[in-house]
Every structure is written in structure tokens, then in C-alpha cells.
Design a protein. Structure first.
Length: 374
């Protein structure tokens, strides 16, 4: 028998992977893609599920389960408003990696709260988006056995919203291992997307929360002294209109493949992450793992993730962003030293470590369910 109070180790988990079917999977999609193979490597049986065909989107885990019709967004609305139809799968734990919170029968429920940006900056979301995420957060508070967050910052945010911090497990994301450096290969991929050096890079879904107008304005000022410099934005369009990124200094690539993204990180003179709010900041970690010089906003989780490896600037201060980028361009010795520290720091963020933290969360959720909580 298991000792009283011992945390069990799960044998199986069902992970909702519906985000991969969205037109813009975004950071949650990258989280799901990174986590599932790492969980499989631990020996856990992983069953991806969604209302739709996941076969083309996943290469690890058990055969995915298609919940059938209705698909999103109607299924998510039914989950949130009526708590139907229930997800009934023969697993120990059901894990929702976003605030699309399924009603679960027969399993413990774990929900990842990636951030509460919809509470702190509702102006950069649609009205429907704010309502959906508020409802998902409330359902998480009432029905999740354990909550996962990607950073201590989000854990503190949830404490401010009335969550018990002892029931929140911090499981930072990982960085995918960089491809071996191949200058000729990098040249070819930059040529394929017609990107010329030097350039500052921004990565992620193009939406108001990413605050790209400030970065574009800073690069535009520097172009007055360095006309060859440009801003390259790699990422698909998200929701709502984004202003300030239609100038001659900006090159928008849209969605790019992984090998092209790797080449962009390696060849950028700097990567800028000026977001108003981040619950983690995967582009910052990906840049760190490749030694790409970083400037990040003094906001959200970005200082926690980057430590002393990045320059920082207030998110709305164009002067500070201009000065930080100039410092990277002018002081190559200090920039190389930060880049070396960044690689070392990024090496501590792996999907394998993240998977172990998730396993601990799953075990605690099983224990809570066995004890009749929440």
C-alpha cells in the first residue's frame, strides 16, 4: 500500500492539444509541442486529445483521440457554460494546457494558467477573449486539483487572484536544442526569405500585447545613424490591429519554419521582446539558447527568465529601447559576455526538466482527488 500522504506517480495522462488545430497556435502551441515528447520520454503514457484530427500535428504519444463534433469554439463554450460534454478517458490525469477547461469524469484535472494578461491588460484583447479567459480562470479555481504555471511571476499573480500558492506548481518551459551551427545553411535560409543583415529580430504572434511599435520606433531612430539596420518580425498575425510596424524599417515575414527561425536568431544583432506582459517568454529563452543578444521589457516574467543575461527597458520608453540597442551594437565585448551567460542560463531550461515538474503536478492532483479535494 502507498504510505499515507505519499504522492503517487501517474501511469497515464491525457493532454488537450486542441491549440495545435488553431490557425495561430502561438506560445501555447509551442508549449504543447515541447511538453508531450518530453513526457513520453519519462515512460508516461500520453494520450493527446482534441475535437479534431491531431495526427498531422504530433509525432509522440499514443494515437490521439478525436472528440468529434462540435469543434472549437462551440465545444469550448459548452465546456465553460454547461460543463458538457464531459471528457471520459481511461487515464489518471487530464491536463488542460490553457484556459479551455474541460469537464472531466473519472480523472484528476490539472490546468496550466500561462498568464493573466487578460486581467492586467484587457484593452489588448477582444471582449469575447477577456470573457472566455475569465470564465476559464474561474473554472480552474473551482475544479482543478492542481494548477501549473510557467513562472514564479504567474504563481504570484494567481495568489493575488485568490489561488492557494501551495496548490500551484511552477514548471518553466524548455528551449528546444539549437541545430548545429552551419554558416552556409544560415546564409541560404536568410536568402530564401530575402533578409539582409544587420537586423533586429522580434519573434511571436503579432498582437497589441507584444508592443512591437516601441521596438520599431527605436530601430527607426537608429536607422538615422545606421541606415542599413532593419527590424525583422517573424510570426503570424494574431488578433486586433497592431500599429507602428508598417514603416520602411520593418520587414514582416509571417510564420517561418524552425530552421529559418534558428538562422534568424543566430544572425540577428539583437532580439527584442518589448511585451507589455509575458507569463514566460519563449522567444527570449530561444534567443538565449543561441547566444542572441537580448533586450527585454521590465515587465511580467521576462526579468525572471533572462536574469542578468539581457538588457532591460521599460516597455513604453522608446528612448530606453534605443539606448539599449545602441549599447549592444557599440559594445561587442560586453555583448559577447552576456551572450555566453545566456547560453549557460538557457541550458537549465529543458523540456525534460519541465516534464518532471509536470509529473509532480500530476501526482499531486491524483492525491488531491483521492482525498476528495478540491
Amino acid at each position: 500500500m502507498m504510505p499515507v500522504g505519499a504522492v503517487p506517480r501517474p501511469a497515464s495522462v491525457a493532454v488537450h492539444a486542441g491549440q495545435l488545430l488553431q490557425p495561430v497556435p502561438g506560445g501555447i502551441g509551442r508549449y504543447v509541442h515541447g511538453l508531450i515528447p518530453a513526457l513520453v520520454e519519462t515512460g508516461l503514457e500520453v494520450v493527446p486529445f482534441a475535437a479534431g484530427d491531431l495526427a498531422a500535428h504530433l509525432g509522440a504519444g499514443s494515437p490521439p483521440v478525436d472528440l468529434g463534433r462540435p469543434g472549437p469554439p462551440w465545444r469550448y463554450e459548452l465546456w465553460h457554460r454547461l460543463r458538457r460534454p464531459r471528457v471520459r478517458l481511461p487515464v489518471d490525469v487530464v491536463h488542460a494546457p490553457s484556459l479551455a477547461v474541460p469537464p472531466v469524469a473519472g480523472s484528476a484535472l490539472v490546468v496550466t494558467v500561462n498568464d493573466v494578461a487578460f486581467l492586467r491588460h484587457p484593452e489588448v484583447f477582444t471582449r469575447r477573449g477577456v470573457g472566455f479567459h475569465r470564465r476559464g480562470l474561474d473554472l480552474t479555481r473551482r475544479h482543478a486539483h492542481i494548477v501549473v504555471t510557467p513562472s514564479e511571476f504567474v504563481r504570484r499573480e494567481l495568489a493575488d487572484e485568490g489561488f492557494d500558492p501551495d496548490l500551484v506548481v511552477v514548471a518553466p518551459h524548455g528551449a528546444s536544442s539549437p541545430r548545429p551551427a552551419d554558416p552556409a545553411d544560415h546564409d541560404a535560409h536568410l536568402a530564401r526569405v530575402a533578409v539582409e543583415e544587420p537586423f533586429v529580430l522580434a519573434v511571436g504572434t503579432v498582437e497589441p500585447r507584444k508592443n512591437l511599435g516601441v521596438l520599431a520606433a527605436a530601430v527607426g531612430r537608429i536607422r538615422g545613424r545606421r541606415p542599413e539596420l532593419s527590424l525583422v518580425v517573424a510570426g503570424p498575425a494574431g488578433w486586433l490591429e497592431v500599429t507602428g510596424i508598417d514603416g520602411p524599417e520593418v520587414r514582416r515575414l509571417g510564420r517561418v519554419d524552425e530552421v529559418t527561425l534558428d538562422a534568424l536568431y543566430r544572425r540577428a544583432v539583437a532580439c527584442g521582446v518589448p511585451s507589455l506582459y509575458e507569463g514566460f517568454g519563449l522567444p527570449a529563452l530561444e534567443a538565449m539558447s543561441r547566444g542572441c543578444p537580448l533586450v527585454v521589457a521590465e515587465a511580467g516574467s521576462l526579468p525572471e527568465v533572462t536574469g542578468d543575461t539581457a538588457l532591460r527597458a521599460p516597455p513604453h520608453d522608446v528612448d530606453a529601447w534605443e539606448q539599449a540597442l545602441e549599447a549592444i551594437l557599440d559594445d561587442r565585448t560586453a555583448t559577447r559576455e552576456r551572450a555566453s551567460r545566456a547560453r549557460d542560463r538557457a541550458a537549465g531550461f529543458t523540456w525534460a526538466r519541465s516534464a518532471e515538474r509536470h509529473l509532480a503536478a500530476y501526482g499531486r492532483a491524483m492525491q488531491a482527488r483521492a482525498e476528495g479535494r478540491p
